[in-house]
Design a protein around this ligand. Structure first.
Ligand code: NAI
Length: 269
């Protein structure tokens, strides 16, 4: 169902890899709500070619950019300026830990891998916002969002250095969000329930995480479509004064001590 919430708005969406990606669902929903946008992803992710299908469906340009490369980002924002003039929203839906990919435990991190994962998952958000800032490309009352996970606040086994990357990402949203206030632009992170995606599947024991979170959350896990709907609301004019927040979108998981479903599982131990 479309409410026309993003009619006339322009944006950039980073991170749609395949139809499981949260960014993919966000792009579909933004399109339904009347937005126009550019899709961007790492050049290596383009090789799989699936993003072209999304581009066709949503009438979008696809511009490759490694989000750790200032040069790539400058080119991307130059293209956005040429196409749209100013823009209204940006979604950063990017994350990757080399340590997790290589199965390195938190107690045995490789620091080169750590730096790479930190650059991709956290610093890239600063780089994206700096490229937008330097171009002065955001319209007043624009909205910038990144996706994060509650491992930034609480420890979960096997989330490894991504926990630290997400803490850093959330901090960048607050710090840069302060300065964006001067330009009447808001910056927030959405702390999302687990979702079975390429990035999600990389975390060892993700099915256990997923089912535990679902059983712990009074409303159940929020799925990718729920997340996309929340992103739409945060890109819309209905949330203009929400900024510098880490917004939990998790069916109530973050404020639940324990649920009856979980207690029941331990009853007979
Ligand atoms: P995904 O694997 O579909 O998306 C991750 C994206 O990051 C991919 O499109 C990938 O190509 C892109 N990427 C990796 N390196 C890049 C680089 N150097 N430059 C540009 N793009 C690059 O997985 P998902 O789950 O949709 O992840 C999106 C965001 O949501 C991530 O920040 C993730 O941490 C976050 N998130 C995911 C949850 C889950 O359970 N799947 C839960 C909470 C947050």
């Amino acid at each position: 169902m479309s409410y026309g919430l993003l009619k006339g708005k322009k944006g950039i969406i980073f991170g749609a890899l395949n139809d499981q990606s949260i960014a993919w669902k966000v792009a579909e929903r933004c399109h339904e709500e009347g937005a126009e946008f550019i899709l961007s992803n790492a050049p290596i992710a383009m090789r799989m070619g699936e993003i072209d299908e999304l581009a066709k469906k949503t009438g979008s340009d696809v511009i490759p950019a490694d989000a750790t490369s200032v040069e790539d980002l400058e080119k991307l924002f130059a293209h956005a300026e040429e196409k749209f003039g100013k823009i209204d929203f940006i979604l950063h839906s990017i994350g990757m830990s080399v340590n997790i990919r290589k199965g390195k435990a938190y107690t045995d991190l490789n620091y080169d891998f750590l730096e790479k994962g930190w650059d991709v998952s956290s610093v890239s958000f600063h780089k994206v916002m700096k490229a937008a800032w330097d171009k002065d490309i955001m319209n007043e009352w624009g909205s910038i969002l990144a996706l994060t996970y509650i491992a930034a606040q609480r420890t979960f086994p096997n989330y490894g250095d991504m926990a630290d990357n997400k803490s850093y990402l959330e901090s960048i949203a607050r710090s840069f969000g302060y300065y964006w206030g001067e330009r009447k632009v808001r910056v927030n992170t959405i702390s999302q329930s687990p979702v079975m995606t390429k990035a999600g599947a990389g975390v060892k024991g993700i099915s256990g995480f997923f089912n535990f979170a679902d059983s712990m959350s009074p409303l159940g896990n929020a799925d990718a479509l729920d997340c996309a709907n929340y992103c739409v609301s945060l890109f819309s004019d209905l949330t203009r004064k929400v900024t510098m927040q880490n917004l939990f979108h998790d069916g109530g998981f973050s404020n639940t001590g324990v649920s009856q479903k979980i207690v029941d599982k331990f009853e007979d131990l």
